[in-house]
Design a protein around this ligand. Structure first.
Ligand code: PHE
Length: 459
């Protein structure tokens, strides 16, 4: 029995993920190193900072809302192309769909690139929930939402803040169009009061949606009135400002409990315009932290097409949606400098988080080992995307890969060929690596580039 499974696992025709076998196709690009992360679910692991951030965000949303949000924390990462892209209105030629950016299992299935992939099914569940479309319901509970947390996968560059697997939380809140304006307004007021009480020194630079050009992608949707759009946007922005400010407060309260002289830094945030195919208008929230502006989340007013894809009556709902990356927020709040640490089993990392759920504190860095770099230079004989090089490096070096950057590129007229140089840096977080070990990995990377992309190495 064992040997059969092993054969299938190594098969050229199938990929095995959590004991299930998926047929491969010409687009398949998911690698064993990526598959190893599936099922680890840091967002459900009490000893991970990802868990605490998720919980604190969930609690903040529930506290400012008349009705608790539905929670989904166990969706598996393999979804259809339809769910991840089509249902949300991604254009056919959107870069997100490309094989260089996304891990495909085969033509129909991929590893979700964002938690928005589950919006439509969760809206379907909402519309089935007994009191959602019920006109006679108390106006105070008209307004229902859900929160989804999950691991998401993207082929990306490699450095201290990028990892091919990370965690997102998605959330929406929706009202049907009966008594919604009063309900929305009353929740906005409730949040305003909380904000004034808890964050008197918070400053927010706002940006409005486009009002004078109805065809602009960041104008309101036709079916919604100005008042509805205004209220939904206000409710969305307030909810999200409150969530981010509350997370920062958790960290500052902890610091104040350790140091009597600690003074809360002023919190600064700003809204900027954005574009997402399934929301309109759309925005991003940035916070000013350690002297720089950092993007923390994307959001927008849910498009009517998302509601209708979820079998809700057209133009019967209004609402907002957001998506936030949990890993980078955790890094920032705990001051964890290397994203790979989030996955570390090293006792010097894990012992700092055991039994500490619900608190945000300063992570104590431990001594790390040297970083060694190797440059590889070659001529191209066919198309090669930097993400393809990154993927091979990641596959061969696994957690020892610190970064991989395209450092030089030029065209050699005489040879009529493009040349590229990549700098690959290796580091093991737990021990020193020997030169022989690095050379062995680096040679494997070059061999695979020759075999898979027919590069011609230059010395
Ligand atoms: N899914 C988006 C992302 O990954 C975030 C988002 C979610 C934006 C919901 C708008 C609405 O960047």
């Amino acid at each position: 029995m064992k040997s059969i499974i092993k054969n299938i696992a190594n098969s050229n025709t199938h990929t095995t993920i959590l004991n299930k076998h998926y047929p491969k196709s010409s687009i398949t690009n998911v690698t064993p190193n990526i598959i190893k992360h599936i099922g680890l679910n840091l967002h459900n692991n009490k000893n991970s900072p990802i868990y605490t951030i998720r919980q604190l965000i969930e609690d903040t949303f529930d506290a400012s809302s008349y009705r608790k949000f539905d929670k989904y924390n166990n969706f598996g990462p393999i979804v259809t192309v339809k769910k991840n892209f089509d249902d949300l209105g991604f254009p056919k030629d959107h870069v997100g769909r490309s094989k260089t950016d996304t891990y495909y299992i085969n033509d129909e299935l991929l590893l979700r690139t964002h938690t928005s992939a589950h919006e439509v099914e969760c809206f379907k569940n909402l519309s089935k929930s007994k009191d959602h479309n019920n006109k006679s319901i108390s106006s105070l509970v008209n307004g229902h939402g859900y929160l989804i947390s999950a691991d998401v996968y993207r082929r990306d560059e490699i450095d201290k803040t990028h990892y091919p697997v990370f965690h997102q939380m998605e959330g929406t809140k929706t009202w049907n169009r009966f008594t919604h304006n009063e309900v929305i307004e009353s929740e906005v007021n409730k949040m305003d009061q909380l904000m004034k009480k808890n964050f008197p020194s918070l400053t927010v630079e706002d940006v409005d949606y486009i009002k004078d050009d109805a065809t602009h992608q960041n104008s309101k949707q036709d079916y919604m009135t100005d008042l509805e759009t205004e209220l939904v946007v206000k409710h969305m922005k307030k909810s999200l400002e409150l969530v981010v400010a509350t997370l920062l407060k958790h960290r500052y309260d902890h610091d104040a409990s350790k140091d009597k002289n600690f003074k809360n830094p002023d919190i600064k945030m700003r809204w900027i315009e954005a574009y997402f195919p399934w929301t309109r208008p759309s925005f991003e929230l940035e916070i000013y932290y350690n002297n720089e502006w950092l993007e923390v989340l994307g959001c927008g007013v849910t498009k009517n097409s998302v509601f209708t894809n979820a079998d809700m009556a057209s133009e019967s709902q209004v609402g907002w949606a957001f998506g936030i990356g949990i890993d980078r927020l955790a890094m920032l709040l705990y001051n964890i400098k290397d994203i790979r640490l989030l996955w570390s089993q090293d006792n010097r990392f894990t012992s700092q988080f055991e039994g500490k759920e619900g608190t945000i504190f300063e992570f104590k860095p431990f001594s790390t080992y040297g970083i060694t770099s190797r440059d590889i230079s070659f001529f191209l004989t066919k198309e090669l995307n930097p993400n393809d090089v990154m993927e091979i490096v990641r596959d061969e070096a696994q957690s020892w890969c610190y970064s991989c950057t395209l450092v030089d590129e030029f065209f050699n007229k005489k040879m009529n060929k493009k040349s590229q140089t990549y700098r690959i840096s290796y580091q093991n977080l737990e021990r020193n690596i020997t030169t022989a070990e690095i050379n062995e990995i680096n040679d494997k990377v070059v061999d695979r580039l020759i075999k898979e992309f027919e590069i011609q190495p230059r010395n």
